[in-house]
Every structure is written in structure tokens, then in C-alpha cells.
Design a binder for this molecule. Structure first.
Ligand code: NAP
Length: 437
């Protein structure tokens, strides 16, 4: 009997957890993992905060799937641009959408488009060295920065801004990022939260990491912090962390962290660049000078042509099964942020991947495959047109990043330039083929 051929779209945590689960569930399955970037690991590499080394340390076990003899990485292939979903469906028995959620929500306030107003996803892509990410429009000097949102991404961004450049030298962030941070000189960092302290989305661990940074003074504006009895049990620790951190008296020196609850941005003011922020809070309107505004208010889904969406953030599905025109689409599955919208921590993807594998096994008997051609034929066509980064190419990229780190006296430095990544992946023969940007 012919093995099942699976295409997984996305080599981030959700895709790789699905690969692990599929290999476990079907000892004969063959899997090709399509990834738009030249590098795998998705948000683990380009989203998880650079100082969250424990989470980053999950990389080797996750990417072990790519070294499996029945798995092939096809990096630098964007589904929807280089190959269509429909083509995948005619070359594979099953297709698993694991393409995450890439787009930032917009605030929708006047002035948001000005220089110095940046979506969190763009800042994170830049400081994470994501290939092809444009440098965000950041002012060179920032005395006051404002972060909008009350999720863990807002805290990741706030912690990045609050850190000293030398604290991040031990991580793999690009050198240009360290230089910017060293020069920015932030003194006041405002976190603007539209709800109350008893309704935040961020977690206590991330909050503690921020408020306990050396030299940080925490101030809370707009509300009294509630007693435990007024806070839902899952948020009590979070509010306690805040209560313990609040600075009494007038702090001098160091970085002031201002939490504004029940407050939302109304307008960004300035002459082409961010100069002042107007907020509406419990005490009415207020305004202060600021040079940088980061909106960390969640992500919307990735736009992949020919994939049915149920909302702006999630693929239309019943559980892990994709739904097209009101019916389950045979052999088509979804996992991770593409399934749930942009919520949940890394480990949530493991359960999602297992649900995909269970559904694949359950459906196998009745599956009428649409496969009419071989995965090899498709990969050969793609390779003729562009550099396709396989597991060996990825290993060469990693070696090049370690070499780069050694030159700079650091363990490893990410290469962000797609051309250099592709050159590293394909070594000498890169010059003879198209290098896509
Ligand atoms: P999130 O948890 O959904 O938080 C988004 C925040 O933005 C919410 O506080 C939301 O407020 C606020 N918001 C939305 N629209 C707004 C608007 N127009 N004006 C003002 N505020 C607005 O999303 P996220 O922070 O992007 O995180 C995504 C997922 O990744 C989460 O599940 C998160 O836990 C996870 N993550 C985990 C870690 C970690 O474990 N260390 C790190 C990063 C991300 P409302 O609550 O009022 O809607």
C-alpha cells in the first residue's frame, strides 16, 4: 500500500508539533514541510522574546522532526505565491495548514501612521532578525515610549525597550538592534491598558520579569489596585505582582514604568512623527510628550489565497478539519494560530498537533485522495525555479550564524538578510540560481 503523503504549511511550532504527532501516529507517513522563510521555527525564532532563553531552548527538540528520514523541509517556498494550495492538494493526500497569524491589528486612531508609531509585530520581527522584515520607523532617541495593549506581547515589547543593550548581548539579536537600544535612552515607558487590572491578558511571570528589571520603578495611574477578593482567581498573582512592585514616593533615576488602566489612546499628535500622545482614562483626557508608540493589540490571520477563513484570524474549520462551502474538506486540516486565532502559548500547539494526527488516522479509511502527481515532481519543479532550503541547508545557515557570532565575540548572531541566508543555505551553487528576496 502506498504511504500517505502529507504537506504541512508552516515550519513554526504548530507545524513542527503536527509533524511530530503525525510521525508518531502513522509509521509510514511521508511529510514535506513548506515554509515561506528560508529558516524554520517560526515564532520560536522570530517571535519568542530573545531573553526567554528557556523557551528558545525548545528549538532542538522541535526541529528534530526535520531530520527524520521521512520528513523533508522545503524552506523559502511561500504557499499562495510559489505554489498554490490547490497544487498541494493534487500532490499530497493530506494538507495541514499551520501558517500562524502574521498580520498586526491596527489601532485605528488618528496619527497612527506617523513615523515612530510601530506595530509590535514589526518591532519584534526586526529585533528577532526576521528575514526580509523592514526596519521599523524608529526615532534614534526616545525619552518616552508608549506601549498599547495588555497581553504578553505588550510585556515582551516593554521588556525589550526597558532592557539595557548589554543585557541582550548574550542573545542572538542583530547588532543593529543592540546599537539602537544603546542609543535610545528611554526614561519613561507607559503601558496603556483599556481594561482594569482584574481583566488583563498578560501573565504574572512576564509581569514580574518586567517590573523587577534593575532600576525599574513601577507607577500605577488611574485606578486603585483591587484586593484579592475583587480579582478572578487566575489573575490574583498578577495583581499581587503589580501591588508589590508599585513604587512609593517619587522615583529618581532609572526607568519609570507607568501602568495606565481603564485607558485608551485617542490620538497621536505630531508633525509627521510621533511627538505627543492623547489618552482617555478614568480622569478624562490627558496628553504627554512621547517619541515612540508601539501597538501590541493582537494579531490577525495570515492571508493565504484559496484558504477559507471563518473570521479575520482563523481558518474555517470543525476542530482540526478544514471546512469549505459548509462541508468538511477531505484531507485538509488546520492547527495552531491558524486554527485558534492568535491565542495560546507554545505548548498549546502540541495538543493541536495531536488533534490533527488523531483526525488523520480517524479519517484515513474513508479518504478519497485528490493526489494525481508525486510530491517529488512538485519539489523538482520548485527547485528548478528557486532555492529550496532543505534540512542540510538549514544546518549550513546555523553554522554561518555561529561563525558570524564568533567574529563579534557572541555565541551566535542571526542573519536577517534573505540573500545571505540563501547563500549560506546553498553554499557555492547559490550564484547560479535565482535568489528570491
Ligand atoms: P492578547 O493576549 O490577545 O492581548 C491583546 C491585548 O490588546 C489585550 O489586552 C486587548 O485588550 C488589547 N487590545 C486589543 N485591541 C485593542 C485596542 N483597539 N485598543 C487597546 N487595546 C486593545 O494578544 P498578544 O499579546 O498579541 O498575545 C497573543 C498570544 O500569544 C497570547 O495568547 C499570549 O499569551 C501569547 N504569548 C505568550 C507569551 C509568553 O508565554 N511569554 C509571549 C507572547 C505571546 P482586551 O483584553 O480588552 O481585548
Amino acid at each position: 500500500m502506498s504511504p500517505t503523503y502529507a504537506a504541512v504549511i508552516g515550519a513554526g511550532p504548530s507545524g513542527l508539533y503536527a509533524v511530530h504527532a503525525l510521525l508518531e501516529a502513522d509509521p509510514a507517513i511521508r511529510i514535506d514541510v513548506f515554509e515561506a522563510l528560508p529558516t524554520p521555527l517560526g515564532l520560536l525564532r522570530y517571535g519568542v522574546a530573545p531573553d526567554h532563553l528557556k523557551i528558545k531552548a525548545l528549538a532542538p527538540s522541535l526541529e528534530a522532526a526535520l531530520a527524520h528520514p521521512r520528513v523533508r523541509l522545503a524552506g523559502n517556498v511561500r504557499v499562495g505565491r510559489d505554489v498554490s494550495v490547490e497544487t498541494l492538494r493534487t500532490h499530497y493526500d493530506i494538507v495541514v495548514h499551520a501558517f500562524g497569524a502574521e498580520r498586526s491589528r491596527r489601532l485605528g486612531v488618528p496619527g497612527e501612521q506617523m513615523h515612530g508609531s510601530v506595530a509590535a509585530a514589526d518591532l519584534i520581527s526586526w529585533y528577532s532578525g526576521k528575514p526580509g522584515a523592514a526596519a521599523p520607523r524608529l526615532p534614534a532617541r526616545v525619552r518616552t515610549a508608549v506601549v498599547i495593549g495588555a497581553g504578553n506581547v505588550a510585556l515582551d515589547v516593554a521588556r525589550f525597550l526597558a532592557r539595557r543593550a548589554e543585557d541582550l548581548r548574550a542573545t542572538d539579536v542583530p547588532s543593529a538592534v543592540l546599537s539602537w537600544l544603546a542609543d535610545a535612552g528611554i526614561e519613561d515607558l507607559h503601558l496603556v491598558v483599556r481594561r482594569s487590572p482584574a481583566e488583563v491578558k498578560f501573565s504574572s511571570k512576564e509581569l514580574r520579569e518586567l517590573v523587577s528589571l534593575p532600576g525599574a520603578h513601577t507607577l500605577v495611574h488611574g485606578v486603585e489596585l483591587p484586593e484579592d477578593g475583587m480579582v478572578p482567581p487566575h489573575l490574583r498573582r498578577t495583581v499581587r505582582v503589580l501591588r508589590d512592585a508599585v513604587t512609593t514616593g517619587t522615583p529618581t533615576g532609572g526607568l519609570r514604568l507607568h501602568f495606565h488602566f481603564g485607558t485608551r489612546p485617542v490620538e497621536v499628535l505630531g508633525n509627521g512623527k510621533v511627538e505627543r500622545i492623547r489618552l482617555a482614562g478614568p480622569a478624562g483626557l490627558q496628553e504627554f510628550d512621547a517619541q515612540l508608540l508601539i501597538s501590541a493589540i493582537g494579531y490577525l490571520g495570515t492571508d493565504v489565497p484559496d484558504v477559507p477563513m471563518s473570521s479575520s484570524s482563523a481558518v474555517a474549520a470543525q476542530g482540526p478539519r478544514v471546512v469549505r462551502d459548509g462541508s468538511v474538506s477531505p484531507g485538509e486540516y488546520v492547527t495552531g494560530w491558524a486554527r485558534r486565532g492568535a491565542t495560546g502559548v507554545l505548548a498549546t500547539n502540541r495538543a493541536d498537533g495531536e488533534a490533527v494526527a488523531a483526525a488523520v488516522i480517524e479519517d484515513a479509511g474513508g479518504l478519497i485522495s485528490r493526489r494525481t502527481s508525486s510530491p517529488d515532481a512538485l519539489l523538482n519543479r520548485l527547485r528548478a525555479r528557486r532555492i529550496v532550503v532543505d534540512a542540510e541547508g538549514w544546518a549550513r545557515i546555523q553554522a554561518a550564524e555561529q561563525d558570524e557570532g564568533r567574529l563579534l565575540g557572541r555565541d551566535r548572531v542571526k542573519i536577517a538578510d534573505p540573500r545571505r541566508l540563501l547563500a549560506a543555505a546553498s553554499a557555492a551553487d547559490s550564484l547560479t540560481r535565482e535568489v528570491a528576496s
